[in-house]
Design a protein around this ligand. Structure first.
Ligand SMILES: Nc1ncnc2c1ncn2[C@@H]1O[C@H](COP(=O)(O)OP(=O)(O)OP(=O)(O)O)[C@@H](O)[C@H]1O
Length: 746
């Protein structure tokens, strides 16, 4: 740049007036008011962060809550006013109750109604002594007040007089200090007076609103109108709220009157769920709650299967167990790959609702397992039998009253096994029950001969092979087919009842599985006496109580809530633990569609028997095949020495003699037995008779057929001589002769 830029520019332009400008430099205008790039980034970041916070879940929740509260504000104000009014009313009621001794009077009234003179006198005495004490207190307070006034009045009067006649400056210093202190106290009082006058009514209003607040459980200012939290946990507030909306009148009234439920066991984590125990208010029983189970479940945000309200130790105590959300399977059977069992200790059966393994008892109990088809009965029975098979001392029998291969892999381990739908299986099962009764008697005798006469079979006794007191486990699948069998059913049922009632002590265990636990298909005495009842999904209350015991449905123990197929493998069981009931996810040992985990377990069971130096226990000491019934011998027996007896009488006597065999008999059966052996019934004056001679002849022929010899001729002399005159038609057939003395007569 030049030293005088104005002048040089004019010189260069000559005479023309030219405005000289300075040299043009290349540059850029810098405006420091424009936003700097760094600051812009910080602001953007802060904005982004604020936006994120604004949209974060807690803030969104808080915002929605605030918005909800704002929307509700008018309603809330009305509610508040209502609360204040109700609070004052409640105070009034409380005062009235206090002033009139209403509770003690109610006690006295109750005692009078109950005719309890002593309790009434006690209540009245209490009212009198309470009234005396109350008036005594009032007297003491009044006396104290009077004393205080008497002492304070002269002091105040003197202070006032002194202040009136003396200047503060003329007073002694200490007296002036006293007056200064009094002045200060007065100033504070003057200041606080209006404050208290404002605050006190406000405090009264707040206290009244609190007193009159809605005591319905769950009512609260921070309750959101959604059910987001219902899935995750259950606490007492939620339980109380759910109970408050069941529509049980006495419970509703209890809540309306401001009652609060008593939790005898606070809600706490229990296995895979939450358990609580509640003492219900007057007029409400646990059964009433159990009857509204699905509504309770809905109120708790659970399915009915996940909600178990049951009766506690008393009718008024509710045991509540609520499963965590989401059903799970039981997992593998713990013994599927290794291990043995001691049947006296129980066998792993499934997982309880609390998630613990249930070791099901087998000794000293009998089982009845039932449910709709395809829900897991046979599998459960198989699991129990597999557990028993892994005890080398146990003897196993299995009868499957239908065409099903469920127990086929057990065959090497079974001492008796029959499967099928034909009558021979029913007959074999009936025979097995009869043999079990015989065995039971033998065991009873053996036990009685042991030192100290032990009352029941123990592990120690079971281990002594020579005694034959080892556990004997008999499984009958589809047992209703057996008990409903036209020929064997009645007898089988009778024997099963006797076994169930008496077999427990002797190590004889019956495991029954059925699709149909009605009173027609399973004898009442069986459902009443089995210790362990297991119900998979069942259709109705009848089936439920048939399996689990009467009254269980009403008490809230319901397998009707198990969903068909969805809850396959899950059952409700009673008697298998000390709990009133268990919801069991049973273990499943696969045996279908090419998968077979049962056979390897049985192979292991066989190996363990070998390792123990034993053999599969058999009931050899039991007469397995009882002698076949000899109909002709029985007929001869019931003729009782009479030469001829009416067919009707013979049938009656036969039915009395052997009900199982002859009760189903009709005239045609009797006729058939004789005609099969070349004899016949005889008609005399329109009435049909059986003749002793014909029976004897038939028996001779039968014996001949059996030995292949020609039948003897002639009859068998009756066992007793006839006590009546020869019959009119005696001449119609050859007379009898003394034959070989019969030994087969029963
Ligand atoms: N504990 C379980 N866990 C998983 N699945 C199971 C369980 N128990 C049974 N199942 C399944 O259910 C099917 C039927 O079981 P199972 O044969 O035991 O029923 P069931 O009640 O005895 O039927 P049915 O009355 O027709 O004999 C099995 O093949 C198996 O697939």
């Amino acid at each position: 740049m030049t030293s005088d830029p104005g002048k040089s520019a004019v010189e260069r332009a000559g005479s023309r007036a030219v405005e000289h400008v300075g040299p043009i430099l290349d540059g850029e205008l810098v405006d420091d008011t424009l936003p700097q790039p760094r600051r812009r980034t910080v602001r953007r970041r802060v904005g982004r962060w604020l936006r994120r916070v604004w949209q974060s879940a807690p803030v969104v929740r808080a915002r929605s809550l605030a918005a909800y509260r704002v929307r509700q504000a008018p309603r809330d104000v009305v509610r508040l006013v209502w609360f204040v009014a109700r609070g004052m009313w409640r105070w009034l009621l409380k005062f009235w109750q206090w002033a009139t001794y209403a509770d003690l009077r109610a006690d006295a009234r109750r005692a009078r109604l109950a005719g309890d003179a002593e309790a009434r006198r006690a209540a009245q005495e209490l009212i009198r002594s309470d009234a005396t004490a109350r008036w005594a207190k009032v007297g003491i307070a009044v006396r104290r007040f009077v004393i205080a006034v008497r002492v304070a009045a002269p002091v105040v009067a003197v202070l006032w007089a002194v202040a009136a006649f003396m200047e503060r400056a003329d007073m002694w210093t200490w007296l002036a200090e006293v007056y200064n202190g009094l002045d200060a106290a007065w100033s504070v009082l003057v200041f606080l007076g209006p404050v208290v006058l404002w605050v006190l009514p406000l405090a009264v209003v707040v206290a009244a609103a609190f007193e009159g607040r809605d005591r319905t459980p769950g009512a609260g200012w921070l309750v959101q109108p959604d059910r987001d939290d219902a899935d995750s946990w259950i606490d007492e507030r939620m339980i109380s709220r759910a109970l408050a909306h069941l529509g049980i009148a006495p419970l509703d009234k209890f809540y309306r009157d401001g009652g609060e439920l008593v939790y005898t066991v606070a809600a706490r984590k229990d296995g895979d769920g939450t358990a609580a125990q509640i003492r219900l208010p007057m007029g409400v029983t646990a059964d009433m709650v159990a009857a509204r189970r699905s509504r309770l479940a809905a109120n708790l945000g659970r399915s009915a299967l996940e909600t178990w309200p049951t009766k506690g130790e008393e009718d008024g105590i509710l045991d509540l167990w609520i499963a965590d959300k989401g059903a799970r399977g039981a997992g593998d059977w713990p013994l599927v790959h290794e291990g043995q069992t001691d049947i006296f200790e129980g066998v792993p059966f499934g997982l309880s609702q609390r998630g613990t393994v249930i070791n099901a008892p087998l000794i000293g109990v009998n089982w009845l397992i039932g449910g709709r088809p395809g829900q897991g009965k046979s599998s459960a029975l198989r699991t129990l039998m597999l557990g028993a098979a892994l005890d080398p001392t146990a003897e196993l029998w299995a009868f499957v009253m239908g065409e099903s291969p469920d127990f086929a892999p057990f065959e090497p381990r079974l001492s008796r096994y029959r499967m099928g739908m034909d009558d021979t299986v029913a007959e074999a099962a009936t025979q097995a029950l009869a043999d079990l009764l015989t065995e039971m008697e033998r065991r009873g005798k053996t036990l009685g001969e042991q030192p100290g006469r032990p009352p029941k079979v123990s592990r120690k006794l079971a281990d002594k092979r020579s005694l034959g007191l080892h556990p004997l486990v008999v499984g009958i699948d589809e047992c209703h087919e057996l008990f409903q069998h036209p020929k064997f059913g009645k007898r089988a049922a009778e024997m099963a009842v006797r076994l169930i009632k008496r077999g427990r002590k002797y190590g004889v265990v019956l495991l029954l599985a059925t699709q149909s636990p009605t009173k027609d298909s399973i004898p009442r005495e069986i459902t009443r006496n089995v210790a362990c009842g297991v119900a998979f999904s069942v259709a109705d209350q009848v089936a439920n109580d048939g399996l689990l015991g009467s009254g269980k449905y009403a008490a809230g123990i319901r397998a009707t809530d198990l969903r068909i197929n969805t809850d396959r493998g899950t059952c409700v069981a009673v008697g298998i633990t000390d709990e009133i009931f268990e919801l069991v996810r049973t273990f499943y040992v696969p045996f279908e569609d090419g998968a077979d985990d049962v056979t390897p377990v049985i192979a292991r069971a066989m190996a363990s028997i070998e390792d123990a130096g034993r053999a599969v226990e058999t009931a050899e000491r039991i007469e397995i095949e009882a002698a076949p019934v000899d109909h002709l011998a029985d007929i001869a027996h019931v003729l009782g020495g009479e030469q001829r007896v009416r067919t009707q009488t013979v049938l009656t006597r036969l039915a009395e003699f052997n009900a199982d065999e002859y009760e189903p008999w009709a005239f045609a059966d009797l006729k058939a037995v004789l005609t099969d052996h070349g004899q016949r019934l005889r008609k005399v004056r329109g009435l049909m008779y059986v003749h002793a001679d014909d029976v004897a002849a038939a028996r001779r022929q039968a014996r001949g057929e059996a030995t292949g010899e020609a039948p003897e001729t002639g009859g068998v002399l009756p066992l007793a001589s006839p006590d009546q005159d020869p019959s009119v038609d005696q001449g119609e057939h050859p007379g009898g002769r003394r034959g070989n003395a019969t030994t087969e007569d029963p």
